[in-house]
Ligand binder design. Sequence first.
Ligand SMILES: Nc1ncnc2c1ncn2[C@@H]1O[C@H](COP(=O)(O)OP(=O)(O)OP(=O)(O)O)[C@@H](O)[C@H]1O
Ligand SMILES: [Mg+2]
Length: 245
Amino acid sequence: MPHLAVNDVRAKYGSLEVLKGITFSIEKGEIAALVGPSGSGKSTVLRALMGLTPITGGAVDIAGETMNYSSAKEVRAARDRMAVVFQQYNLFQNMTVMQNLTLAPLKIKKWDKSEVMSEARRLLGLVGLSDKAEAYSDQLSGGQQQRVALARALALKPQILLLDEVTSALDPELVNEVLDAIRKLADEGMTMVIVSHEMAFVREVADKVVFMDAGQIIEAGTPAELFDTPKTDRARDFFSKILRH
Ligand SMILES: Nc1ncnc2c1ncn2[C@@H]1O[C@H](COP(=O)(O)OP(=O)(O)OP(=O)(O)O)[C@@H](O)[C@H]1O
Ligand SMILES: [Mg+2]
């Protein structure tokens, strides 16, 4: 049974249909990378999974359970299972790193404090920021802040992590430290859906590449299949342009 199965998902902004039947699935511990031109609907897929953009058709199954997003309770059920990190990480600026990581687990989830604190410390170690626990988030570099955002998402213990271009607002020298943190998560077996323009990274970590254009999946397969031997002209054209950089 797939860990995440997206079946013919549709979404609209007003009368504009931006997802026209998106279907893909991944097994536990796998990473799917959504790639495609600007405006093709990649972010909307992640927003729809989180119940941030209403789904107008199709279904999302997590570990065989259908999320139907039809009530606040159902949306919460989906958000209990998934966490998303966007390009704009929006840390709480007047709080320390540790407070950023523990606020929701303590105040919203009401989990045990000593467990929350020790998990937060473990996650800071995972993203390489153990020495920054008491720093205020505005005292950190962009790459460090983005790693805090990753750890903060993980502190909610998602089964599936969604990452939307988490490195694209960063200076080039900071990109690798964030990619390293994602590599470690992959090694830990986290199921992930990532949107990324870092094609070398996608090739390295993704089990499946899903190429989208204009709200549809044009082609999906392994990184080697899509990058080296694309079947469609549209994918060939896109990858020949993007892989030259
Ligand atoms: N809030 C919104 N209201 C109306 N239309 C929107 C909204 N957000 C996105 N769209 C439209 O939905 C389509 C898909 O957008 P989306 O942000 O999912 O694309 P994307 O593939 O993530 O692009 P990019 O690579 O630029 O981030 C685009 O045509 C976009 O203009
Ligand atoms: Mg986007």
